[in-house]
Ligand binder design. Sequence first.
Ligand SMILES: Nc1nc2c(ncn2[C@@H]2O[C@H](COP(=O)(O)OP(=O)(O)OP(=O)(O)O)[C@@H](O)[C@H]2O)c(=O)[nH]1
Ligand SMILES: [Mg+2]
Length: 252
Amino acid sequence: MVKRMSFRTIISLATYNEAENIAPLVHEIRRALPSAEILIIDDNSPDGTGRIADELVAELPGVHVLHRPGKLGLGTAVLTAMRYAIENGFDAIINMDADFSHPPRFLPQLVAGVEKQGYDVMIGSRYIKGGGIGGEQFNLKRKFMSTGINTYARFWLGLTSRDNSGSYRCYRTATLRGIPFDKIRSRGYSFMEEILYWCREAGATIGETPIIFENRRAGVSKINKMEAVHALRIIAELGVGKLLGLDYARVD
Ligand SMILES: Nc1nc2c(ncn2[C@@H]2O[C@H](COP(=O)(O)OP(=O)(O)OP(=O)(O)O)[C@@H](O)[C@H]2O)c(=O)[nH]1
Ligand SMILES: [Mg+2]
């Protein structure tokens, strides 16, 4: 009889200037979900995050790193990680920010959503009962922006999940295999809404489990106004494209 392999999960961490966060985060992830492998996607961070990642790879089994030549955007980093998960036979991929905004203590519930509850995508959600935003410095402007973008994405893309902009999620790789990656338009932050849209198109079931989002522990934010405006445009274009039955190909 063929012995069934256990459920294999990989956790992807996109990094751009996370030198102070990456090592403690990887160790905390190991404690929270020891069976999972970890993939760091570093975009040649000027602060040396990539070098620290190499040290972690040498020190810990099941930790991997991909070095890209320069800052290519969070969306393409996650996509690269998804391809890696598919090519290397993982059953699920979890993505999380590398700045401690996504506490590792929620990892077991995210995996369980896919492995045990049978969802194709499990969202770590700030906007369902039990979820929320911790930390006193999380300002009102940002809260307002986050709520706004979620309502906007629900409207244009017909999403029914509550938290569509956060990136702390677990995806079943079998579902990702059915997604036309070459049609994904987002390079930056709108990837989070867009991938949910494509998962829905592929017939995926989407669940949400509560998480508490924390302020980044060290370093600075990488999102800028241009990226935010670009994200809004892509979401609207996707919505209009769906309405008109257009078959968008990747443009930018
Ligand atoms: N590889 C890669 N990682 C990125 C890129 N842009 C952002 N990241 C990473 O993506 C994650 C989310 O980015 P953040 O800058 O924290 O964005 P944010 O959460 O909106 O902003 P904060 O207020 O700082 O938390 C972090 O782990 C970043 O290091 C990129 O172009 N390439
Ligand atoms: Mg962050």
